[in-house]
Design a binder for this molecule. Sequence first.
Ligand code: ZN
Length: 909
Amino acid sequence: MTSFSLPKTYDFKSTEERIYAWWETSGYFKPTNDPNIQDFDPDIEPYVISIPPPNVTGELHLGHAMFVSMEDLMIRYHRMKGFSTLWVPGTDHAGIATQLQVEKALAEENLTREQIGRDEFLRRTWEWKEKYGGIITQQIRRLGASCDWDRERFTLDEGLSKAVREAFVRLYEKGLIYRGPRLINWSPGLKTAVSDLEVEYSEEPGELYYFKYMIAGSDSEYIPVATTRPETILADTGLAVHPEDSRYREFVGREVVVPILGRHIPVIADEYVDREFGTGALKITPGHDPNDYAIGERHGLEVISVLDESARVNEQGGPYSGQDRFEARDNLWKDMGAAGLVIKEEPYMMKIPRSQRGGEIIEPMISTQWFVRIQPLADAALAAVRDGRIQIIPEHFTKVYYNWLENIEDWCISRQLWWGHRIPVWICNDCGEVIVTREDPTECTRCGSTDLYQDPDVLDTWFSSGLWPFSTLGWPEETPDYQYFYPTTMMETGYDILFFWVARMIMDGLEFTDQVPFNQVYLHGLIRDETGRKMSKSYGNVIDPLVVMDDLGTDALRFTLLVGSSPGNDMNLSLKKVEANRNFANKVWNAARFVLGSLEQVIDNSPPNLDEVATATLADQWICTRLESLVWDVERLFQNYQYGEAGRQIYDFFWSEYADWYLEIAKLQLAEGGGRAYATARNLVQVLDTCLRMLHPFTPFVTEEIWGHLKAAAAEIKPPILPLHGAAWEEALIVAAWPEHKPGTQPEEQAVADFALIMEIVRSIRNLRAEKNVKPTHRIPATLVGGAHTAILQGQSRTIASLARLDPHQLTILESLEDKPEGDIALVVGSVEVYLPLEGLLDTTEQRTRLEKEQAETKSQIKRLQALLSGQFSEKAPPDVVEKERRKLANYQEKANKIASQLESLNGG
Ligand SMILES: [Zn+2]
């Protein structure tokens, strides 16, 4: 195989792996300006992204494929623009998710983590991580991610653990970390507090239970109340009504009796109560409901916790203690019925909080946990977006961000798990001193006792991922990486974790580094199925990116995800779209094969006449001008984060203009030989090269593969063909220069307009041919009346004739025409008239067959009607009905005559 030929089809399977390995071993993923080596230039601007770390034991899904594709596009684009780019990869230890995996494995051996103990459990979890932790990063590589793998980080690394310790101690010393009882989300299955992120709400049918809250000291007076969770009655410490509700105003300040338990609790007035909902009275359970907790705080109500860590009723629940929450619900309701306190039950749709990991219903519970006092951090994070130090894309998410931070609650950071960063707090068994230090203490700082124990809990996973942009660069050490690459440039992630992760990184960055952790936040949407439904296992509509890459190639998947997305909007994905983009990759491949073939045609030419080379044809001018404006548009769209639209424009240009039109015209120009052929080959190469550069961030593999061949072939031509936008071919496309719009180049707008007219004429003729079923091999005569465009048409007559399959010897181009050719079909394209002789368009045999068939049909109708009208029908049927049939007959007879004369003229012609 010479350098001028590409294999017939693009084999993405072998290419992707080979090219990725070549990029990596060539060091292209590393920053070009590295602060750790000599010749470092601090003035070169870096472009830095920290990858959103996937769970270390995770498996690739479309969400990963989306962010990897998007960030790789941003990194590749900036690398080509000359930035010193760094994309820091890594994984998250993912406390609950990983711990559950290991617990599941233990369960298969009939073991629990408690049985094997903490040390052994952690040993096994590390073992698990070593075994499976590389899978997700291997899968990310398959997507073409150009991360600097030498800088890969893991949240439980030594360095990152040191950062976590430093952050905790600093917050504690500033008084921003405290321990206390508060309402948190409790997972009874996992027996740990979970973050809001780990709670999913599902619409489920339930019951609304109506019952009587008896007024203390009265046998008949009561306030009706409705609840969806009767078992929480056991923990009620108040009953609230709206202060202006005339139904209940008289009871405010009195007491009601808790059913079965007999405790007396106050009736309070609070404007939070919705008079329209339920009965208009609200039972208050501060120990098991976040809203009630807030009301309870306002009114100084007691907080009773009635459930234990497995969500069983505790000793506060009287006769129900020891029962499971749902068992207690049934029993209490039965007993209340027997006591005459039940009013009714009605079906009710409600939002049930379920554990994302375990699936069981989350219970809001009071628990003693570690918290971060968040307000001061939130204020700083709000200011950073308000004053523009951080830009959120799309902009409308800034409102969501403000709203969340303005209403933020203290952050529960402790988890009752074993896998994670252990809370760096030691307590003295002798004097109770709490010791929080950067180094593990060996003795009590107050009494000197060595009898210390460490808090058994670990930190919320988000505590370490909040430090990610700077902990991965070496913080708290002032490493060269930290000094040069921090703050990072772009944080790209799904909008669903704007709060949980992005807001925390901003708060932490400002708190610990006095700088914003990144300048821009780009939020992509979620991926739904082709009908817009969420992808889920239960719908059976989940698309596995690994299968798609196996079947259709990585480039096709990436292009589909990137072109289908726009900032902040969800996208619908179908395999049909990926298939179409696989076809696009093939289209690019086939176009490249043609271009390489054209180079082979000109290699043996005598040195071209340079004067002739300099004269561009209309098609050359058109394609070059269109390319320049595409370069300009794509750059503008990239600057505005409209990557999807940029991809669509490159696609359209490549497919509809370059491949479908210019390549066709190039065949004619190449056939002319000499300088014309050389100039055409040069144009073909330069336009293809520019397109490959712009496509590279979208579809890195196929473009790199083609580009390598193109570069080699172009170098063999004499004189060698150079890239349009460069003085030499670079080492590899991944590090080639991004096409810049040449300022000052005169766009050939006239050429574009003239060529558009030619295309329109050709299209109209092609459409008519298709409509009339004219065989492609059949060249037809034509007359073009051009008016003001006559000279253009005359100059392009060969092109028009070739593309519209006209007979060049019977193509007449006139400025005006007095008498319109009779019997011709006339097309009007702008101010140009096109006449095509009808008989030239028709296949007479086919037409005769069609007419004869129609004639036979008509004659049989005539026969039928004649028979009908000559019989009794004419006398017996009502006159108007008979008349109608007579008219039908007359119409058929007229039609038969017309067909007969058409057949006659066909035979005559
Ligand atoms: Zn002590």
